[in-house]
Design a protein around this ligand. Structure first.
Ligand code: 7PJ
Length: 280
């Protein structure tokens, strides 16, 4: 399977590693160093992109809105200021697919114009104008499942059948994409680990990940350093690398095509060994 990301074509016959670059001042695991005192530190942004590329990542995911519970609401202009200059700077200098983690139509449009190759929306293009904006870019889109909204989603998530409900939601978003002119071959599915899910829900989704996969639809998973690992292993954010690597490998074994992580080098090593064993 291939994913056409504008300038780049991603070969999804092997799992690809997406490195996280959060340009929020309040990101939970990398401290908000890229955006502080009201400005984006482009030197640090470029160093992070270089690191992702050198470590074997093929995608950088740039996000300017924190979706953790209780995070400050970001205005459209703030999000543009945190994301677009980073997209522009990285796109000029690095051979990475640039993914923008955004739900905001203007950020989709301006990022695409600045060289982005993928739109990653944790709200699955449900904001007013998002489907139309994403369609106009011609870029592939990752649609993620979330129950509720970031402020309250972890209060009491409930499902009768978590895998069935996530699958039905994503199928519905695929239909909405197609109706808006985004063809099926440009849609990526993501179960949205930790977005309105308790630990049992997350574990069930991972266990049954193959049920979310269609032969022609790529699957993206994000489990890196997430709080489920903290709870299940009693580990602080800084202590979650082994757990993150285990979940990256379990995801790849269950058919994930894109793995979104903080720790690129370590994940690339793990996936190389997984591929050597499972896909000789
Ligand atoms: C995800 C994401 C995820 C996709 C975040 C965090 C929270 N985008 N953005 N999937 N998570 N597609 O990294 O802990 O799981 S932000």
């Amino acid at each position: 399977m291939k994913l056409n990301c504008g300038k780049h074509i991603l070969d999804l016959n092997r799992p690809q590693v997406m490195g996280i670059l959060n340009t929020t001042p309040d990101s939970f695991s990398d401290g908000g160093s890229y955006y502080a005192d009201g400005g984006l530190n482009l030197d640090l942004v470029l160093r992070r992109a270089q690191q992702i590329q050198e470590e074997g990542g093929t995608i950088v995911d740039i996000g300017g809105e924190s979706t953790r519970p209780g995070a400050a609401v970001v205005s459209e202009q703030q999000e543009l200021d945190r994301v677009v200059p980073a997209v522009e700077a990285i796109s000029k200098r690095f051979d990475l697919v640039i993914s923008v983690d955004t739900s905001t139509p203007a950020v989709m449009r301006e990022s695409a114009a600045a060289g982005a190759g993928l739109i990653n929306d944790v709200r699955a293009l449900t904001r007013a104008g998002a489907l139309q904006a994403a369609a106009a870019t011609g870029l592939p889109v990752c649609v993620m499942h979330m129950q509720g909204d970031p402020g309250t989603m972890q209060a009491n998530p409930e499902y009768a059948d978590v895998v069935g409900e996530v699958r039905a939601y994503l199928d519905g978003r695929l239909a909405a994409c197609e109706a808006a002119g985004i063809p099926r071959e440009k849609v990526v599915y993501d179960p949205g680990f930790g977005f309105g899910k308790n630990d049992e829900h997350n574990l069930e989704l991972l266990r049954r990940l193959p049920e979310l996969a269609s032969p022609d639809l790529p699957l993206l998973v994000g489990l890196s350093r997430k709080s489920m690992i903290g709870r299940l292993l009693d580990r602080s954010v800084e202590e979650r690398l082994p757990g993150s690597l285990a979940l990256a490998m379990l995801s790849a074994q269950r058919g994930a095509h894109i793995i979104r992580v903080h720790d690129v080098a370590a994940t690339v090593d793990v996936l190389k060994l997984q591929q050597l064993v499972d896909r000789p």
